[in-house]
Ligand binder design. Sequence first.
Ligand code: CDP
Length: 222
Amino acid sequence: EIAQITLDGPAASGKSSAAQGLAKELNAYFVNTGDMYRALTSVVLSKGIDPETQPEEIEKILPEQDIRYVSGEGLELLLQINGQLAQASQVRSPEVAAKVSLVAKVPAVRQWLVKRQRQSAELGLIVMEGRDIGTVVFPEAKFKFYVSASPLVRAQRRLVQEGEVSEGATVEKVAAEIAKRDEMDMNRAVSPLKPAEDAIKVDTSDLPLEEVISLMATIVRK
Ligand code: CDP
């Protein structure tokens, strides 16, 4: 029996949309782990902690934090930060995007969130998306995808999404932001971003979203 399907890949590679679509196709839950790292980052920044110079302060506040997905309607999961529904303006802000990889490289943070991510396996069939899902969170998963796209395509996609939260974004600025984040995510000491040995690689540069979803669904259903 399939329990978890994992999607990993660099920033703005199209993972979230693909994972969401696949979950819908399969009647599965969808868990976006990047939003959990972003949620914690928004808390860290709201407390005036500098993730670059005070990683130990992040570790200290963890026991008082509660970041979790709760069930919404049907298969929908809603992210809560200390009992409050997470807002897109909080988790997708440019300030959070600029600092999230610094928070995500703190070993205690990863331990803390990975434990919560594994708990969601109790829900049933889940499609989980992130950076280390196939390598660390669910190494036993039967289906693992590594989703990538060219840097230009990724920057363009993110620019379209970012129109909603930030003004004055240009393709150059966005490309620089995601390149910096990828560099940090791929080179950190703990759980760096990399394809699992048994991951199926999907390059979405020239594939429309519907094709990415149907390609993955076909593999899972075979
Ligand atoms: O949506 P986008 O591709 O920009 O990134 P995200 O999935 O929201 O993840 C934001 C950041 O969280 C990443 O750049 C990583 O630093 C971190 N992250 C991680 O370390 N491990 C995960 N499983 C998911 C996200």
